[in-house]
Design a binder for this molecule. Structure first.
Ligand SMILES: Nc1ncnc2c1ncn2[C@@H]1O[C@H](COP(=O)(O)OP(=O)(O)OP(=O)(O)O)[C@@H](O)[C@H]1O
Length: 307
């Protein structure tokens, strides 16, 4: 895969605060690359160094084969950045904002093409301030695409969107990738990282603590799957603990949660036991390991390492 972003041993500090420590990352063309981490982890610093908006103290950052220190202006012409929708002039019409942003670039695409792509045709004459949060976010995205960028940076693209608008945003991002663009996304939503991204970098306290596909991260770090259910009989904890592949049993007031390293086998054992003992099992829910588990585990480990 062709490399479009390459960071080697990038370091950045603010006074005595180390914001990025020895960051080395390579992003390939056509990837949807996610960056996640707790508040203050260094995500914005990392992205803004790649975008050429902040300078690293040491190490190198190369975007589209160019050193960001030497070619920041040229790189800015070839990338798109999703601005927070609050940065768009509220009193202008959508088409006026498009014309304004297009004037910032040497190359710009026909705004009709973008409005069609994003379903914004009917909003061209609307004032920005009259748009709902979801439509404003689409306008922001349209502005990020106005120079036909090869790399698109999306900071919290679905923040504040309702579930439908979020799903639509994810579809649009996939279509952008299918057009051959590279997408770099920061997010606090682990479901977004899991569903949307090809690879995810987890950073904390300025350091890269994991980098892989969501599937591999979940397999390696997601931990156990969970089976939760209600039962009318207080089954002995020991009986449930002894079921095949159960690694831990949690007891709530009326809910039992079995942590299992083989869900199918544990379920089989549970149903057999329930039939044998004549228990009523209801409200059965199966919970797969997820990026949420990965995130909690990794960031808790970091806290433990540094406390
Ligand atoms: N201009 C600055 N001056 C001083 N400290 C800064 C500056 N920008 C960021 N920091 C500090 O550097 C660290 C990393 O900040 P950064 O904004 O990159 O994190 P983040 O992961 O984007 O956080 P969030 O998820 O809250 O947006 C934080 O401790 C932050 O307080």
């Amino acid at each position: 895969m062709q490399t479009v972003i390459k960071l080697d041993n990038v370091r950045k500090h603010y006074g005595s605060k180390v914001a990025l420590d020895d960051m080395t990352i390579t992003i390939g063309k056509g990837e949807i690359f996610g960056i996640v981490g707790p508040n203050g982890a260094g995500k914005t610093t990392l992205i803004e160094i790649i975008e050429g908006l902040r300078l690293a103290d040491s190490g190198s950052a190369t975007v589209l084969g160019k050193d960001v220190r030497k070619h920041a202006d040229e790189i800015k012409q070839r990338i798109g950045v999703l601005l927070q929708s609050t940065s768009i002039p509220e009193r202008a019409k959508v088409k006026e904002v498009f014309a304004l942003f297009a004037s910032f670039y040497k190359k710009s695409v026909d705004p009709h093409e973008i409005t069609r792509f994003l379903g914004l045709e009917d909003k061209q004459n609307a004032y920005v301030k009259s748009l709902s949060g979801g439509w404003k976010q689409r306008v922001s995205l349209a502005l990020a695409l106005i120079n036909d960028p090869e790399i698109v940076f999306l900071d919290e693209p679905s923040m504040g969107l309702d579930p439908n608008a979020r799903g639509e945003m994810w579809n649009i991002i996939h279509r952008l990738r299918d057009d051959g663009r590279t997408i770099v996304v920061t997010t606090h939503y682990m479901e977004e990282a899991e569903t949307l991204c090809d690879r995810v970098a987890v950073i904390d306290k300025g350091r890269l603590i994991a980098l892989d596909t969501p599937k591999n991260l979940i397999a390696q770090l997601g931990g156990t799957k969970r089976i939760s259910f209600k039962t009318d009989v207080r089954a002995a904890k020991e009986t449930l603990s002894a079921l095949a592949h159960v690694v831990h049993v949690e007891w709530g007031t009326d809910l039992v949660k079995l942590h299992s390293d083989d869900m199918d086998q544990t379920l089989k054992g549970l149903f057999q036991l329930a039939a044998q003992e004549d228990w009523l099992v209801s409200g059965l829910r199966l919970e797969d390991a997820s990026m949420n588990d990965v995130f909690s585990k990794l960031t808790a480990q970091e806290r433990g390492n540094t406390e």
